[in-house]
Design a binder for this molecule. Structure first.
Ligand SMILES: CCCCCCCCCCCCCC(=O)SCCNC(=O)CCNC(=O)[C@H](O)C(C)(C)COP(=O)(O)OP(=O)(O)OC[C@H]1O[C@@H](n2cnc3c(N)ncnc32)[C@H](O)[C@@H]1OP(=O)(O)O
Length: 194
């Protein structure tokens, strides 16, 4: 039987992440990897509209405002929305490694409730890399970068190529994305060897 280890602790042989020499400069706004993305897409009316910036090393910061549409309990953010914000923030670390990676595993701690209208400040960094496996961690704080911790997550991202999306995505969106020069440019900006 094939037994898969699901630990998010980097295994023996994992190495420190290396910031790509062409990575966006610290402080630079990263923009959306896809304008319809629920996490970062500016054209996605139902989305989080996360604004993410490159940090030092292999790290990013991000911010989003919890809207009424993000509620679970009355006046409070839905846990799945908060997990999505953490996931999206860690996903943006691919800009700094210049790889495309998708979430394989995500573990989230919900530390305190997050009211509607809160500005959630997120930070994430890559802890270690082993082959295609990227181990990352993220924190979300209420009201400011030094505010109280509301959510935390650890994740394992797996590096993929553009073919992953071409093989699995709905053809109408894939074809539209591939015929959009801006989208192709973004996909290439993620990849060392497009
Ligand atoms: C046009 C395009 C534009 C570009 C857009 C940029 C998009 C950015 C998007 C960002 C958006 C935000 C982010 C999002 O929301 S991403 C969206 C949510 N995530 C997904 O949809 C991913 C779905 N899963 C898959 O497609 C496959 O399972 C993947 C690709 C992940 C792996 O299948 P693949 O066949 O390729 O590889 P493998 O199975 O040989 O595994 C490889 C290694 O990984 C280990 N492993 C795997 N899974 C797990 C696990 N759960 N726990 C622990 N370990 C796991 C595995 O043991 C093995 O380890 P080892 O044996 O080597 O030691």
């Amino acid at each position: 039987m094939n037994v898969r280890t699901t630990s998010l602790t980097p295994p023996a042989g994992a190495i420190a992440p290396v910031r790509h020499p062409d990575a966006p400069a610290p402080g630079e706004l990263l923009g959306a990897h896809y304008d319809q993305c629920f996490g970062c897409g500016e054209a996605q009316p139902h989305g989080l509209h996360l604004a993410t910036r490159a940090g030092e090393g292999v790290s990013v910061t991000a911010r989003f405002t919890v809207k009424a549409a993000h509620q679970g309990a009355p006046g409070l953010a839905h846990g799945g929305v908060l997990a999505a914000a953490l996931d999206e923030t860690m996903g943006a670390l691919g800009w700094l490694l210049r790889v495309i990676a998708v979430t394989g595993r995500l573990e989230t701690d919900f530390v305190r409730p997050v009211p509607v209208d809160t500005d959630l400040y997120l930070d994430a960094h890559v802890v270690a890399v082993r082959g295609r496996k990227i181990y990352s961690t993220a924190t979300g704080r209420i009201g400011g970068p030094d505010g109280p911790v509301a959510v935390r997550a650890d994740a394992l991202f797996i590096e993929v190529k553009v073919d992953h999306f071409i093989a699995n995505g709905r053809p109408e969106e894939i074809n539209a994305a591939l015929s959009d020069p801006d989208q192709v440019k973004v996909a290439r900006a993620f990849e060392v060897n497009p």
